[in-house]
Design a protein around this ligand. Structure first.
Ligand SMILES: [Ca+2]
Ligand SMILES: [Ca+2]
Ligand SMILES: [Ca+2]
Length: 162
């Protein structure tokens, strides 16, 4: 009886580990992007078409995900694409957001179209968002968070999409 219980606990542990590994690989998404800002979204007292852009990541899973070494890139309409490696110790908890500003990332979102990509630390594509046009202060947003892409007239950096 004791042996069977131990075997069961062991099997459940292995299964949990497998499920957790699968969940973590799929749970980080690009959740919102404001490509064409005309308001002071980063709250520094100035309106800048570049500095007030943002990319928001979201953890839609049930486990914290360590995204150290993940790479965010813009890939279109520039001779040298912007590329930003997320620093060591960057972890997104379940249901939480991480806002990345161009001032730290140099990842620029073209107003006439671009494609923003997120790769994991091994170079595998995690998520991408391509677009061909933008509207002032209208973000591309997954609604609900982690869901399908829509447009939002109420950008929400670091908060749940509306
Ligand atoms: Ca832009
Ligand atoms: Ca600003
Ligand atoms: Ca948001």
């Amino acid at each position: 009886m004791a042996n069977n219980s131990l075997r069961l606990v062991f099997a459940v542990c292995i299964l949990s580990a497998i499920l957790a590994a699968n969940a973590t690989s799929a749970s980080i998404v690009i959740n919102e992007m404001l490509s064409n800002p005309v308001s002071d979204w980063n709250g520094n007292g100035e309106v800048s078409g570049m500095d007030d852009e943002f990319v928001e990541l979201f953890n839609s899973g049930n486990e914290p995900v360590d995204i150290s070494g993940y790479v965010l890139m813009d890939t279109v309409f520039r001779s040298t694409p912007g590329e930003f490696k997320l620093p060591d110790g960057t972890i997104i908890k379940p249901g939480e957001f991480l806002t990345i500003n161009i001032t730290e990332s140099s990842v620029f979102q073209g107003n006439d179209g671009d494609c923003i990509k997120l790769f994991d630390a091994t170079g595998s594509l995690v998520d991408e968002k391509e677009y061909n046009a933008t509207k002032p202060d209208v973000s591309f947003a997954r609604i609900p968070d982690g869901g399908d892409w829509k447009e939002s007239t109420t950008p929400t950096p670091g908060k749940s999409n509306q």
